[in-house]
Ligand binder design. Structure first.
Ligand code: ATP
Length: 390
């Protein structure tokens, strides 16, 4: 196990800065998730950790040892690829054993017959066999050790790839979207496997994904990236409840946080359109200090649907109702209040509301939206930064 420290890590490809001045300290035994949309630089950062990509500037330390100038083989990290990267002509057992064979590699391993005999001797030695068998057992691969990768399902292949990383007993496991080739059900199952694996083997994990659910469920901490820059580094809970800017607020959570134009309204309320909504002092005092141009961040679950003229509610019109099992997602157009439309595809002045159970509302129906601001947050509209105390 090892802690990882990134200081000013930067990588440019020509004029494109793929990773821009990243400073992170990952504790020993942590499960760090690098999360962000396609092209934000997470794979480049992972590859720099592995030694597969050079740094333009900055340093990487593993515990107290500087590693960014070492070759990949000297870093004591194992990389698990999205594509599994298994050897197609080798059995599952040989694939898992392969890193242990390579550890004892001699030039004559390449000589036909002699090389193969030598590899087989290593494979059959009691300590190697024992380690490989125990690994296979943890990953439920015992029954398929003699099969070739092409006869395995995607999930089984991914487990072989994990096994190959585990037998090396590395200080750090690096994983680049290892579940992205699997179907939704298998992803959920493998997600649980990897969390269990982290608990069992206890190494430091760095895991790349663009899937916020994976990040939220797996990571002890998440670094959410955009355009090569870490936007926020924290636990899933911190990032969900205390987003530092509108980008983070909108990236985490499905449907995302709503951003409604707001202004201060006395000491105990905020005004949304023409409606005055009771707000905690945390919001009202900072809103008053920050001045105009505020965006109020409200999670879809903080709304309640009421009669059209119920006092203290925002007048709205139901646009769409989607039933997704235990809850209903409802798009409501605000009649008076305004929303910020930051992303392409955002519909102007619509908010997303989630309610438990099956909603009988119909598109076109008028409603009054109650809003509970206990968990709401406030951003500055001009630059999207958080203004109430995080
Ligand atoms: P994805 O999820 O799509 O893999 P990512 O977040 O992992 O995306 P990277 O692969 O790290 O993103 O790429 C970050 C940026 O750097 C992208 O704009 C990409 O085009 C660019 N980039 C990456 N590798 C190279 C390279 N070898 N040469 C030029 N540009 C590169």
């Amino acid at each position: 196990m090892a802690s990882i420290r990134l200081d000013g890590v930067t990588r440019a490809f020509g004029s494109k800065i793929a990773v821009n001045d990243i400073n992170l300290h990952v504790d020993d035994g942590e499960f760090l998730v690098l999360l962000g949309p396609s092209g934000c630089g997470k794979s480049t950062l992972l590859r720099m950790l592995a030694g597969l990509e050079t740094l333009s500037s900055g340093q990487i330390h593993l515990d107290d040892a500087r590693v960014d100038e070492l070759p990949p083989s000297a870093r004591d990290m194992a990389f698990v690829f999205q594509s599994y990267a298994l050897y197609p002509h080798m059995s599952v057992r040989r694939n898992i054993t392969f890193p242990l064979i390579m550890r004892q590699h001699r030039w004559w391993f390449h000589v036909p017959i002699i090389g193969d005999l030598a590899k087989r001797r290593i494979e059959r030695s009691p300590e190697v066999r024992d380690l490989v068998d125990r690994t296979a057992q943890i990953l439920a691969l015992t029954e398929m050790m003699d099969r070739l990768p092409k006869t395995l399902s995607g999930g089984q292949r991914q487990r072989v790839a994990l096994g190959r990383a585990m037998v090396r007993k590395p200080q750090v496991f690096l994983m680049d979207e290892p579940l992205s080739n699997l179907d939704a059900k298998l992803r959920t199952a493998m997600r649980a496997e990897i969390i269990k694996l982290h608990r069992q083997v206890g190494g430091t994990f760095v895991y790349v994904t663009h899937d916020q659910i994976e990040a939220m469920t797996m990571g002890t901490r998440i670094a959410l990236m955009r355009d090569g820059v870490v936007q926020q580094f924290g636990t899933a809970r911190e990032i969900y409840t205390n987003p530092l800017n509108t980008y983070v607020a909108r990236f985490i959570g499905t449907p995302p946080m709503n951003l409604i134009v707001a202004e201060p309204d006395g000491e105990a309320a905020l005004r949304l359109g023409t409606t005055s909504v009771a707000a905690p002092p945390r919001l009202t005092s900072t809103a008053r200090a920050a001045g105009p141009g505020l965006l109020l961040g409200v999670r879809p679950s903080a709304f309640t649907l009421d009669a059209p003229d119920a006092p203290g509610t925002l007048p709205g019109e139901v646009m769409l109702v989607e039933h997704v099992g235990a809850e209903s997602l409802i798009a409501v157009r605000l009649v008076e209040a305004k929303t910020a439309h930051l992303d392409e595809g955002d519909v102007r002045d619509e908010v997303m509301v989630t309610v438990a159970g099956y909603s009988d509302l119909q598109p076109g129906q008028r409603v009054g939206l109650g809003v509970d601001l206990a968990e709401a947050v406030v951003f500055r509209g001009a630059d999207g930064r958080r203004v109430d105390a995080a």
